[in-house]
Design a protein around this ligand. Structure first.
Ligand SMILES: Nc1ncnc2c1ncn2[C@@H]1O[C@H](COP(=O)(O)OP(=O)(O)OP(=O)(O)O)[C@@H](O)[C@H]1O
Length: 951
């Protein structure tokens, strides 16, 4: 078999990465894409023509194949007719000859049967055989592992993230709002979910829409941490695709795409094409920009353009992840509307939502009791009967189950995840360092708030700097206290940042970098990199407000707020650039303000009323909204005027008291419940432990070094434990994902996080997968003849070990293989046909098996051919019988597993309308389809080893 590059309809192709789909037929081809129908699994896939992971299947004279009716034929000769092969074939008894197109080939394809190879003296080395079996065993364990999709990512094991990933990543078509507080790892959670969805085949086409300033960061994060190659679609990219072919839909040329949401907002044609292309999973970052409100007059909902755009996509995409650290930033209306995007049936009207919110407190209170050691009183039991329909026993287990039941019925429980810093330890904390400066002589003390707060923004030429005390103050601290520090400065506007940067660089001789909306994306990323550079990098990065979202600057711990934003959530986003996972030091927040101006009052509002600098404040946004009118009054009016000063002091005091009361209330109430739902500590701890165990007992390092040595791939162990792996001229295998220039590899999670230049090699890394895939699809090590050193067995007699793979040909999305009791069957027979499979396992046999030189090995096969064939037939029969029982077990398991889920959802649906009807329907369909497909397991002979007993 070999590859032909020209495509023609009717050709047969096999997926390199998913051979279980069976043999596909090319059904459509155009300039950029090809479509392959896989009849066995009834799926059509569209691939980019340039890099389709497919192999053309061709047969040569003497090869055997099976046609669509299951009839076997041997090829006598073949000719190429307009790109499609026409085979002249003969049936096994030679009585019938005919000519048929390759289109008539059956979809089940068997590559290089091990027995045929063995009998043809194609004998492989003992090392290769051992490696093959180890790889198959690792792969089959992975297929049924609950950790699938969580092993590969280069991330630290952070419980709340793993909990969410585990909970959401396994869902079919997950639709959730990831709303952890700023900097707790929502991008990582989304990446973990995406990774699981892709690994298990639940999603294949993914679209990530982000603000344009975050596109590269997302692309890099997906590649660096998850080994996922997302393509960045901007105007240049889409235009260049269209240049080649006007009619191509660019969104069909790749499976995983990142684009700026503005690109689709500004270009209707692209938006339409993205909609037409269709995706399995949609991810929206910074989702607080999607806003919505109910028109008080008409009662109609009105969304902004972003909301409407996402609503269109969300309506036709099965999976949707929305990410925001500040879900209620723009009010409860928008929060409700975003939940409605995810589940329109459940969140039907705003009023209904508000009513329900009001009732959560009862649920929260009783959940609190259940979580504590407090005994359940009669009164508690009454509430529980009302909420759950039954009483709850006092023991821990029953209480835990009851909490789960409550959580399942809690309104947003299944779709909203919000972890807070309070619940997650390890953040070093923050200090506020105010700098009270004299106001410039003509600073406005009356008039518009905009001018009283940010007068510099009205002077685009930078003239304000001449009299602004913040500039000398800034130069001074950068030269003294912050001399050897990395400093992030954020101001609201681009022009202000530009003027400041020029002044610091030219007049202050300070190494600066800048980041604002007037710069190209590339320039911004370069600036961020210059700032991150140790040693010679910039001392200060000056950002406009766009730098306050999503970026990672936790290597710095000094933040200068050159001005204060109008909104507490925006302020939290700013601080969040530094106050993130990975921050090692207490964060120093420097806040200059002009004494006696609105700036001072704003500072005091944030500091004394909302207490936002020293702690993330979950109530700040709501409090500000509630007091916005009084606050505006106080900000606008000079406190030295009569009565104003007292009014402001009173407001600060009142709101501070309210804040503390509200925080106490939240503490006692609903947020604890939401927190518990967002991370159930026991479950999270179990996942972390399982991953730690896997890291500790990882079989991969040993396997990999032996594999590299056995296949002549160059590798060198470094003193720090990393490996440098390079392809060599003598390399004995093909098809591995290894670049010409090679790679630095590490197997250690810890090292992988420090050494980003090193590939983190895991069971899910593309390189490992390419080895497994090569083994799966090629004959690597699938025959072996060895010596069995044992005095207990008659000398010269044979023992045979044969492996068969059990495969389900089905759409990957059903994940049926996970229900098989095993994916491999091993049969061990002695020469007389005694079945020793159960008695002697591989590990027991291993120490007794030794190499046999090739010429003796060939002799053995030649002389003992009959016995070998006989035992092989027997093994096949034994394996077939097992496959039958596997099929029954798998059907029962699959059916039961889905039935449990269906029962749970049906039951919950009676109590909690947050269960979507289509979720239930989908499960039922999946159950029926899966059970049916599991009836037809196929058994593929994988490998064979003949052992000769010698002393
Ligand atoms: N499990 C992890 N292992 C290693 N690094 C992590 C992990 N989780 C988060 N980080 C790092 O912490 C920082 C914050 O993570 P991330 O950007 O995902 O947070 P976020 O919640 O999306 O932030 P924001 O609210 O600012 O958008 C990032 O630099 C990320 O790389």
């Amino acid at each position: 078999m070999n590859e032909l590059q020209d495509f023609a309809i009717g050709q047969r192709w096999l997926s390199d990465t998913e051979s279980e789909l069976g043999l596909g037929v090319l059904v459509d081809v155009d300039e950029r894409t090809i479509s392959i129908l896989f009849p066995k699994s009834d799926e059509t896939r569209v691939y980019a023509r340039a890099n389709a992971p497919l192999s053309r299947i061709l047969f040569k004279q003497g090869d055997w194949f099976t046609d669509q009716e299951g009839q076997e034929w041997q090829v006598e000769n073949a000719e190429n007719v307009h790109g499609v092969m026409r085979y002249n074939v003969v049936c096994p008894n030679g009585e019938q000859r005919k000519s048929m197109n390759e289109t008539r080939l059956g979809a089940n394809i068997q590559l290089a049967r091990p027995l045929d190879r063995l009998l043809a003296s194609q004998i492989e080395s003992k090392e290769w055989y051992d490696l093959r079996i180890e790889a198959l065993l690792m792969q089959s364990r992975m297929a049924i592992s609950p950790l699938r999709g969580l092993l590969g990512p280069r991330v630290g094991l952070i419980p709340h993230q793993l909990y969410i990933a585990h909970e959401v990543g396994r869902r079919l078509a997950p639709r959730v709002l990831l709303a952890d507080e700023v900097g707790l790892g929502k991008t990582i959670e989304a990446g973990l979910i995406i990774h699981q969805q892709l690994q298990t085949g639940r999603s294949e086409r993914i679209l990530i829409l982000v603000p344009d300033s975050l596109q590269y960061q997302w692309m890099i994060e997906m590649r660096r941490r998850f080994n996922l190659q997302f393509s960045l679609f901007d105007l240049t990219r889409t235009a260049s695709i269209k240049e080649h072919d006007e009619d191509t839909n660019p969104f069909l040329t790749e499976q995983c795409i990142i684009a700026s949401i503005d690109l689709l907002l500004d270009h209707d044609d692209l938006k339409q094409q993205a909609l037409d292309a269709g995706f399995d999973l949609l991810v929206i970052d910074e989702a607080h920009h999607l806003t919505w409100h109910e028109d008080p007059e008409t009662g109609e909902g009105v969304g902004n353009d972003r909301y409407d755009l996402v609503a269109e996509f969300a309506a036709q995409t099965p999976g949707v992840l929305l990410l925001t650290a500040t879900p209620e930033q723009l009010g409860v209306d928008s929060h409700f509307a975003r939940l409605r995007l995810l589940d329109p049936q459940r969140f039907d009207t705003l009023d209904h939502f508000l009513d329900e919110e009001a009732q959560y407190s009862q649920t929260a209170q009783i959940a609190e009791v259940l979580m504590s050691d407090e005994p359940l009183t009669e009164q508690h039991q009454e509430i529980l009967v009302e909420l759950l329909g039954h009483e709850v026993e006092q023991d821990g287990e029953a209480r835990y189950r009851a909490i789960n039941e409550l959580l399942d019925r809690h309104g947003t429980g299944r779709i909203l995840f919000r972890n807070t810093r309070e619940a997650i330890s390890g953040f070093p904390g923050r200090d506020c360092i105010p700098a009270a400066l004299p106001a410039p002589a003509h600073w406005p003390l009356t008039g518009k708030l905009r001018e009283q707060m940010w007068f510099e923004e009205t002077q685009l030429d930078g003239a304000w700097m001449e009299h602004d005390a913040r500039l000398p103050w800034l130069m001074d601290i950068l030269r003294k206290d912050l001399k050897h520090k990395k400093v992030l400065l954020i101001a609201r506007s681009g022009p202000v940042v530009e003027s400041l940067e020029t002044a610091l660089r030219i007049h202050g001789g300070i190494r600066t970098a800048m980041f604002h909306e007037g710069m190209s994306l590339l320039e911004r990323d370069q600036a961020a990199a210059y700032f991150a550079e140790e040693g010679y990098g910039a001392q200060i990065l000056l950002c406009s407000e766009i730098g306050s979202e999503g970026r990672n600057f936790q290597f710095a711990s000094d933040l200068i707020l050159f001005d204060l934003p109008a909104n507490p959530d925006v302020l939290e986003q700013r601080i969040g650039r530094l106050d993130r996972i990975g921050q090692q030091n207490r964060i120093q927040i420097h806040v200059p303000y002009f004494v006696g101006t609105a700036q001072e009052r704003m500072f005091r509002w944030y500091n004394e009323a909302l207490n936002i600098f020293s702690n993330i404040s979950p109530t700040a946004q709501t409090l500000q909204e509630n007091h916005i009118v009084a606050l505006k009054d106080c900000l606008l009016n000079d406190p030295s005027q009569e009565g104003q000063g007292e009014a402001f002091e009173a407001l600060l005091e009142q709101v501070n008291a309210e804040r503390m009361a509200l925080e106490d209330e939240l503490q006692a109430g609903r947020d604890r419940l939401l927190e518990f739902n967002s991370c159930r500590p026991k479950v999270a701890a179990r996942i972390v432990k399982a991953l730690e165990d896997q890291d500790e007992q990882n079989p991969l390092p040993d396997f990999m070094t032996r594999f590299l040595a056995a296949t002549n791939i160059d590798f060198e162990e470094q003193s720090d434990g990393t490996l440098i792996v390079r392809p060599s001229d003598q390399m004995q295998v093909e098809g591995l994902l290894l670049d010409e220039e090679g790679m630095t590899a590490t197997f250690s999670r810890e090292q992988a996080q420090q050494r980003e230049d090193a590939q983190y090699i895991t069971l899910e890394h593309p390189f490992t997968n390419s080895i497994f895939e090569m083994i799966h699809t090629q004959s690597f090590g699938n025959t072996s003849v060895a010596v069995l050193k044992s005095a207990a067995i008659p000398q010269g007699s044979l023992m045979m070990e044969m492996w068969f793979r059990v495969e389900v040909i089905a759409p990957k999305v059903l994940n049926l293989a996970a229900s098989l009791p095993q994916q491999l069957i091993r049969v061990l027979l002695n020469e007389n046909g005694q079945d020793l499979s159960a008695k002697i396992n591989s590990a027991m046999l291993h120490p007794y098996v030794h190499r046999l030189d090739m010429s003796n090995a060939r002799q053995v096969v030649k002389l003992r051919r009959e016995v070998i064939e006989e035992r092989y037939k027997q093994a096949e029969q034994l394996a077939k019988a097992q496959v039958q029982s596997f099929s029954e077990t798998a059907r029962k398991r699959y059916n039961d597993r889905l039935q449990q889920e269906i029962d749970r959802l049906t039951y919950l649906k009676e109590h909690n309308p947050s269960i979507r009807e289509d979720e239930l329907e989908r499960l039922k369909e999946q159950q029926a389809q899966g059970v049916q497909l599991l009836e037809q397991l196929s058994m593929v002979p994988d490998s064979i080893r003949v052992m000769v007993a010698m002393k």
